[in-house]
Design a protein around this ligand. Structure first.
Ligand code: SF4
Length: 207
């Protein structure tokens, strides 16, 4: 099968997946992802929210507005990014509200484990040159779990495959981290790193 066919088949399998429901976890399928197998840049968030499920696209609501404002500063147009690159998450289905009512529930380790093979397949098929990790859960995929965001945001790493990994904080309005003045300088560094990769890969395209 071609990459295009493998990718379409993977998307169908992810949207049909009910593994967490069958395992008794509180999630609302279907999986929410967006983009193309030919993408050279990929984002990995935590999990979709309810408005993302309704709109069938990641980072649709308030968090998305802030995320795409950051990407705009990096020279990336939202419509271009959504239609030509790829957006996914650590777990693909809406996890519901947290018991405390302070936002959406963080997917459990068991749910992350169930969904991990999909993420590995997505990365292998898309083979992105740049992965932008959005928020703590995604950042822990590549960076030490105990490292503080203040030590990580504004840095980048390269995998053995040569892929660049740039972390950004979660852009949710419920998060205070990105609202703290000292942290905004770190976010600007991260935006600068993303801008450098985007210009190297695409030049003026997608501005
Ligand atoms: S979160 Fe992942 S593993 Fe769980 S039901 Fe959705 S697609 Fe399947």
């Amino acid at each position: 099968m071609s990459d295009q066919n493998n990718f379409a088949e993977l998307q169908t399998r992810m949207r049909a997946c009910r593994l967490c429901v069958e395992g008794g976890y509180q999630v609302t399928p279907p999986a929410v992802t967006q983009g193309q197998v030919t993408a050279r840049m990929m984002t990995i968030g935590q999990a979709p929210g309810i408005t993302e499920v309704e709109a069938k696209r990641p980072f649709n609501a308030g968090s998305g507005t802030r995320l795409f404002a950051w990407l705009r500063e990096a020279g990336i147009d939202e419509d271009w990014f959504r239609s030509t690159q790829y957006m996914s998450s650590v777990t693909k289905c809406y996890p519901g509200r947290s018991k405390s009512g302070g936002g959406d529930r963080v997917p459990s380790r068991a749910e992350q484990k169930l969904c991990r093979p999909f993420l590995e397949e997505e990365i292998a098929l898309v083979n992105p040159e740049l992965i932008i990790l959005i928020g703590g859960l995604a950042i822990k995929l590549f960076f030490p779990a105990k490292a503080k965001l203040t030590e990580i945001i504004g840095t980048q790493m390269q995998t053995v495959e040569g892929r660049w990994i740039v972390p950004v904080p979660h852009p949710s309005g419920a998060s205070r981290w990105h609202q703290i003045k000292e942290n905004q300088a770190l976010i600007q560094k991260a935006i600068g790193l993303i801008r450098g990769h985007k210009e190297r890969m695409f030049g003026e395209e997608g501005n």
